[in-house]
Write a protein that binds this ligand. Structure first.
Ligand SMILES: *Cc1c(COP(=O)(O)O)cnc(C)c1O
Length: 451
């Protein structure tokens, strides 16, 4: 039995898979926030590259990966599929557990799978400069490298408190040549208006988005980019599942259960959509589980409604499971999972019963992460520990029932730049955050009047 299953470079997928083509109920369209009419491609032109807008609205089943992007994917792709033999042994489970290791990318997470094509399409269109926001810095780091290889300028608005307290990803971004600005800043109208009221404001993702979008739309040579939630980002991430499909096949396996952690849905979509396609088109039996934080439970306790993608209310209205754009998640360490909503494709699939959800308390995720580190050697990103926790739950259930299930989960990133989180866990200073129904209702139930 092989511990790791490799593909050769010429087996990097040639096309991304667009699940919209196979969905029975297509996702509802996004709406223009001002007119409440269906959003047109022209509405998005000042914000995103034209080719990415096309992909956002495409119903084609397969979309060609440009040769230049496949060449760059070779830096770390194909990523290994690994049998978690150490973890299986520690759990004493009859289940076979596999994980796809996206932590081997140069930036340490799956985000580079979308950063590279996004930079590529902007460059091809003649755009000179990109803008984006970043919280903990995973997306900002990926886009910094991608902008660097395509010779694009990049302004990253980084939430000020992270800029000050989590310096290492800022240093990575700067190493790759990005201009990193603590947000709120005095470089934009949105930033200045916040600072005028509150000079010590420590920032939020919502404010950083406002600043990055404002900078992009006022410069005809600049465009904005986003690292999750949107359809084209989920599309790019399907390289994860397409490679896994081949690798599982080489191992003589097909997963009964596919698991991904869930922030805005990009790595979850990436690992699961290529497998879900067999369920949609051939009726194949497979369970697909999203692992979300109990403190930010958009899929398990949110509502399916039109809502803004950002906190401030500048983005198009998206039909999605959401806790409300005003929802303030607790300050958990899995920064990449602290988002109020879910992508529109995942939301529709969830509504139609194709996706299960498990909400995991923070302490259980770190317990899972520590067990994984001690059995497989890899210290996982705090986000990825959510997927591991669900894999462990399912493996223990298989043990109880005596059923040798095949489980596949996505290891979305390594945690080597998140060690202070593990430190807190080991010092006993970490806690769970319980949300009451009243707390959730406060922001979630104010959405009815939006549309
Ligand atoms: C950003 C991030 C996530 C969450 O984003 P998704 O779009 O939901 O995948 C998960 N894991 C890691 C390592 C991340 O950097």
């Amino acid at each position: 039995m092989s511990k790791k299953i490799f593909l050769s470079e010429n087996e990097i997928p040639e096309k991304w898979y667009n699940i919209v083509a196979d969905m029975v109920n297509k996702p509802l369209p996004p709406l223009n926030p001002a007119t409440k009419q269906v959003l047109t491609p022209e509405d998005l032109e000042p914000v995103f590259a034209t080719e990415l807008i096309k992909q956002e609205m495409s119903q084609d089943r397969w979309i060609e990966i440009p040769e230049e992007v496949r060449e760059l994917y070779k830096i770390w792709r194909p990523t290994p599929l690994v049998r978690a033999t150490g973890l299986e042994k520690a759990l004493g489970t009859p289940a076979r557990i596999y994980f796809k290791n996206e932590g081997v990318s140069p930036v340490g997470s799956h985000k580079l799978n979308s950063a590279l094509p996004q930079a590529y399409y902007n460059k091809k269109q003649g755009i000179k400069r990109l803008t984006t926001e970043t919280g903990a810095g995973q997306w900002g780091a990926a886009l910094s490298f991608a902008s660097s290889v395509f010779g694009l300028g990049l302004d990253v608005y980084m939430v000020k408190v992270s800029y000050e307290q989590k310096p290492y990803r800022r240093m990575m971004m700067q190493t790759w040549g990005a201009n990193v600005i603590p947000s709120p800043s005095n470089t934009t109208e949105s930033g200045r208006s916040i600072l005028a009221k509150d000079p010590n404001n420590s920032g939020s993702l919502g404010i950083a988005i406002s600043e990055a979008v404002e900078m992009a739309v006022q410069d005809p040579d600049a465009r904005y980019t986003l690292g999750s939630v949107l359809n084209h980002v989920a599309l790019h991430q399907t390289v994860i599942g397409l490679e896994s499909e081949k690798q599982m096949d080489m191992a003589g396996e097909y997963p009964d259960i596919v698991i991904g952690c869930f922030g805005g849905g990009s790595n979850f979509s990436g690992i699961s959509f290529p497998f879900l396609r067999h369920k949609l088109t051939e009726g194949k039996e497979i369970r697909v589980i999203a692992a979300e934080p109990a403190s930010c439970p958009k899929l398990s306790r949110g509502r399916f409604e039109y809502d803004f993608g950002d906190t401030v209310g500048l983005t198009p209205l998206l039909p999605m499971y959401t806790l409300g754009h005003d929802f303030q998640p607790a300050d958990i360490h899995a920064g990449g999972l602290r988002y109020h909503g879910a992508g529109t494709i995942v939301s529709q699939l969830r509504k139609d019963g194709f996706i299960e959800v498990q909400a995991i308390p923070q302490l259980e995720t770190f317990e899972a992460g520590k067990l994984f580190a001690n059995t497989e050697g890899i210290i996982p990103a705090p986000e990825s520990t959510h997927a591991i926790a669900v894999a462990i739950r399912e493996a223990l259930k298989a043990k109880e029932e005596g059923t040798p299930k095949t489980i596949l989960f996505n290891l979305s990133g390594h945690g080597l730049i998140d060690m202070s989180a593990y430190d807190q866990y080991m010092n006993g200073n970490m806690k769970n955050y319980q949300l009451t129904d009243e707390e959730i209702a406060k922001t979630r139930d104010s959405l009815e009047k939006l549309v």
